[in-house]
Design a protein around this ligand. Structure first.
Ligand code: FAD
Length: 344
């Protein structure tokens, strides 16, 4: 059996975009699928609790992790063309934005609107990442994953993954069961451009582009994101902290009578999506700061670590926002970020 390189008491500050101080009791980089097979088949490590980490850009450590942390570093991108379609596969450790860059440079269309979403390819299915009118599920074909129950590699098709808005089986029904090692996306050599967002149209117009290609879209989206969102390398954050609530039409109509300016979008038959950022801003939290924790000055949906905040402080701040939104609108916000650790 090959020697496994497992570190002890690894400091996790560099591995989470909130930049909170936490430690993992054991830490291992996973560069190949067979390393997972080995570790889960090893009696010394079998009973140890495990946590899978990608780029740590959607995680909040409220505590140290007292088990084995598996940092996914499986590399590699490959593609196979078939007519006007192309199947692109990426190792779990590939940075999502590197995958977007690869696809845009090769003329493979479908993920350009998701340029600059931080994190790894392997984590992309977990919350069905999305931005500017496109979600991973729109292009997802399948993934390879290690099934920790059956202790073998499996292939999961799109229909197996239970994708929904910022959701999948990996986040709920089958949480902690599968470790994604590779994702495969079905992209197109014949692009369909999604440019109907106001901010995208304005930026295309400012650049004098009337018929954008996928490269234009990736550049414009990146430009908008850089202006709107805080850069985690400068100020700790995990992007949107909460999901946008989806509520029944009848409930929305009642709210709309009390709050005529409430920001909302259609969300399918009989459902309305509310902008969580607007609800939070309405309650007076935009740009607010308590100690080292605050909301971002340009977007109340993004919680930031101004420096030295603990995971618990960020969690408590988020709880205060949730309570305020609940009292004002009767809406229960749900955290998008994965909270790691006990909160007693
Ligand atoms: C500035 C900023 C902007 C953002 N904008 C967006 C956005 O526009 N849209 C959007 O959808 N998200 C956005 N996010 C959130 C984040 O980028 C995504 O959720 C991303 O997919 C997280 O990837 P990661 O590798 O960092 O995952 P991590 O944070 O490491 O992990 C997230 C979850 O996935 C699990 N996981 C990680 N890798 C695997 C794997 N290989 N197999 C199984 N489970 C795994 C982890 O255990 C954890 O539960 C943003 C974050 C930041 C900081």
């Amino acid at each position: 059996m090959m020697q496994m390189d497992i570190a002890q008491n690894e400091f996790l500050k560099p591995y989470n975009s909130f930049g909170v101080a936490a430690e993992a009791r054991y830490f291992m980089r996973v560069r190949r699928e067979d390393e997972l097979i080995q570790i889960f088949g090893n009696p010394d490590w079998e009973q140890q609790s495990k946590l899978v980490l990608g780029g740590g850009t959607n995680m909040l450590f409220v505590d140290n992790f007292n088990g084995l942390l598996l940092k996914m570093d499986i590399p590699g991108i490959r593609s196979t063309k078939n007519g006007l379609k192309v199947l692109v596969s990426a190792g779990a450790g590939v940075l999502w934005n590197d995958l977007v860059g690869y696809c845009v440079n090769h003329g493979f269309a479908g993920i350009e609107n998701m340029a600059l979403i931080p994190g790894t390819a392997g984590a992309a299915p977990v919350q069905n990442i999305g931005a500017y009118g496109v979600e991973l599920m729109d292009v997802f074909d399948s993934c390879r994953a290690f099934d920790t129950h059956r202790k073998e590699m499996v292939s999961l098709k799109k229909a197996d993954c239970g994708f929904a808005y910022r959701d999948s089986i990996f986040k709920h029904q089958e949480k902690n069961r599968y470790i994604v090692t590779e994702i495969s996306l079905m992209l197109s050599l014949h692009p369909i451009i999604h440019s109907d967002y106001g901010a995208i149209q304005a930026e295309l117009e400012a650049r004098g582009i009337s018929h954008p290609g996928i490269k234009d879209m990736a550049e414009v989206v990146s430009h908008i994101r850089l202006a709107k969102l805080p850069d985690p390398s400068t100020i700790g954050n995990a992007g949107s902290f909460f999901k946008n609530p989806i509520i029944p039409q009848v409930l929305f109509e009642e709210l709309n009578r009390r709050f005529p300016e409430i920001v909302h979008y259609p969300a399918g038959e009989g459902l309305v999506k509310l902008a969580a950022g607007w609800l939070i801003e309405y309650c007076g939290w935009k740009g607010k700061r308590l100690g080292a924790v605050g909301t971002w000055k340009n977007q109340a949906l993004v919680l930031v670590n101004h420096g030295g905040a603990s995971g618990r402080e960020i969690y408590q701040f988020s709880a205060a926002i949730m309570e305020d939104v609940k009292n004002t609108f009767g809406i229960q916000l749900e955290r998008e970020v994965n909270v790691i650790g006990a909160l007693d």
